[in-house]
Design a protein around this ligand. Structure first.
Ligand SMILES: C[S@@+](CC[C@H](N)C(=O)[O-])C[C@H]1O[C@@H](n2cnc3c(N)ncnc32)[C@H](O)[C@@H]1O
Length: 234
């Protein structure tokens, strides 16, 4: 296992805001965020959040989506799987606002959000408590000197392994070849994760019922091929 860098020493690399919010998105932030956000005081970075306690009703499974962008995938999951609970982490306010606006007409009771670095949330979640984690199209950080900023690292896989139940799922996608290889190599070499793929089709073709994210749609239109890297926590 890699040595953990304390989360308060971690730097967040990425954008927090790009442009001013439209009135509708600002309203979504003002009205829905306070209801759905995980309270700051719960973010102890000591493994104290019991995910099931975040939801009023009991949930069959609880999944975390890290870096959900505009949240198309997350919103659809909450609609398709009302029996499951979902936690979404996205520090980019324009993305969070787009997601909240999307669900504002019919906000489900199976979603909680965190508008900050997902790793602070991960470190605050109790061990062996999640059924799955999605990391969909993470920022590729193309330059070699920026590879250390990538969200998939041995250290963060250690963190994910801690909070996932035995047999839980880690799904990572990208249409950037170098990043696919990076994520695959890190996860295959991690003792706590096992790749589920048996053939090329298992990682080169979207799983049945797959919900495409905005990045995936844009990549497909540009002719890029998406990889679906699905691992089980041992
Ligand atoms: C390339 S976008 C992909 C968005 C979305 N998953 C999709 O496929 O459309 C990567 C997202 O990860 C978010 N992100 C980057 N670092 C993060 C972190 N430490 N915690 C949570 N989200 C992060 C960014 O703000 C951005 O929205």
């Amino acid at each position: 296992m890699a040595k953990h860098v304390p989360t308060d020493k971690r730097r967040f690399y990425g954008r927090r805001q790009a442009r001013p919010l439209s009135p509708a998105r600002q309203t979504a932030i003002d009205t829905l965020l306070p209801k759905l956000k995980i309270p700051e005081e719960d973010i102890t970075q000591q493994g104290t959040i019991i995910p099931s306690s975040l939801f009023e009703k009991q949930r069959e499974e609880i999944w975390l989506e890290i870096g959900f962008g505009n949240g198309e995938h997350l919103a659809e999951l909450t609609r398709q799987q009302p029996h499951n609970g979902f936690i979404g982490a996205e520090p980019f306010i324009n993305g969070m606002a787009a997601f909240l606006k999307d669900i504002s007409n019919d906000p489900a009771d199976n979603i909680r959000v965190w508008m900050e670095d997902a790793i602070k949330l991960v470190d605050s979640i109790a061990s062996d408590s999640l059924d799955g984690i999605y990391v969909l199209n993470p920022d590729p950080w193309h330059k070699t000197r920026h590879h250390k900023r990538r969200i998939i690292s041995t250290e963060n896989l250690d963190r994910f392994a801690r909070i996932l139940k035995s047999g839980a799922t880690l799904i990572m996608t990208t249409d950037v070849d170098g990043l696919a290889e990076w994520m695959l190599t890190h996860a295959v070499n991690h003792p706590e994760f096992e790749w589920t793929a048996c053939s090329r089709e298992d990682w080169a073709v979207a799983p049945q019922g797959w919900i495409k994210t905005r990045y995936e749609e844009k990549g497909a239109q540009a002719g890029r091929k998406q990889s679906y890297l699905i691992f089980k926590r041992r």
